[in-house]
Design a protein around this ligand. Sequence first.
Ligand SMILES: Nc1ncnc2c1ncn2[C@@H]1O[C@H](COP(=O)(O)OP(=O)(O)OP(=O)(O)O)[C@@H](O)[C@H]1O
Ligand SMILES: [Mg+2]
Length: 439
Amino acid sequence: MVHPPTPNTTIPKIIHLPCFLLNTHSGNDEFCGREDILGHIASELLPSKTLATAAGVSQLRQFALCGFGGIGKTEIAREFARRHRTSFDAVFWVVADEIAKLDHHYQQISLALGLEDETECKSQVVSREMVKGWLSNARKQLSRSGELDQPGEAASEATWLLIFDNADDPMVLADYWPQGSGSILITSRDPLAKTIFTRRPSGLDLGPLTQQDSLSLLHHLTTNLEEPEDDTARKITDALGGIPLAISQMASIIRRQDLTLSEFYELYTDQEEHARLYETKFDTNLVTYRHSLSTVWAFEKLKPQARQLLELASFFDPDAVGDDLLMEAFAALQSDDLTFKKSNYIDARTELLQSSLVQRDKQKQQISVHRIVQDAILTAMEVSKSSQCLAKSFGRCGATGHRQCPSLQRSRNCHHPNLRGAGYMSQGGRSARPSTRTS
Ligand SMILES: Nc1ncnc2c1ncn2[C@@H]1O[C@H](COP(=O)(O)OP(=O)(O)OP(=O)(O)O)[C@@H](O)[C@H]1O
Ligand SMILES: [Mg+2]
């Protein structure tokens, strides 16, 4: 363990403030909606809302934005930093998906604050501890004796905001977590980020854009809108479930292929074109965001059982499927493996919960999966595999008397080739149900 060096011997006399190290792509012209969330974060993190302990010493404030890939966590963090940076003496953007990046950013912070200069800055571990030391007692200046002012001397206390972006494994932050009285904003796919290093859980699970904001984003990103197409615009944003990444990706296709909204909607609802639209390389925000809809959830990186569970859950009502039913269907899928245990199900479910690909209502013991995630995983499934999955799991469920199974149909499946292949027929609406059951 490396201890922070004693400040009065190693910290140079001048701390470079104000100091803003934001992500290089801080322009955010396309940002849309999310005013309520930005207000919520402001009320938790802005310095004026200092939390005081009983002893009168201000505390660390933290807030985690959680949710699955592409829901818009990073964009909100960027917008928050853009709007409010002048409320802080220092703002640091730290990419937290890899240790190497965390170390790199801490070294940059150390240099930017003037804690070290280029010649001193040799060890990333030392830089990290210097930065943590300063954040823990963030003085604006040194006193005449060359020592830092004492904690509690408010006039000389610097305010800071640290943003850990994409901290999908929040535990890696342990070595980078400062004390002191600043503000920390985390974005993470793992919902547990709301409870790390604190007794007071703080943060939220981010939902989709409202219908109004989805429409504004689509309007903003496509330039060929004509009045009569408003109804089509609504149909498109409904189909994309308010997921900003999906809206951005589809808008880029509309622009690039110079489509009207009606032409696009026709393609989107065509079973053969559907998968191709997901695969299309994404040409907006490539600098800031590296995923398209077909890669964002990295289904191929899930452990086989987690992927199988997600595939299975995608055949059910997206809003709620009972844990007991899902587990039974999951067990049926593993029927060749006589050693199936409840823990297999729980392990697979945990992996999906960690990435926010599924959500769980603990009280009701129900699982939900966003429609667009269901759609993407079904689109990625081979026809033969989905037929087998349906036959094995739901045949077995039916045999044991679960009559909830026919409720397992949802919007996109009505024109999904896999389900047609499996004997499921469209009834012509967003909530069509299978006309026959395979067994
Ligand atoms: N509020 C918004 N306004 C406009 N576009 C948005 C908004 N939110 C997200 N987007 C679009 O969606 C893309 C993905 O958003 P973002 O990077 O914030 O997702 P994320 O939740 O951080 O995903 P990940 O977990 O993969 O990091 C952005 O590059 C942008 O194109
Ligand atoms: Mg992100």
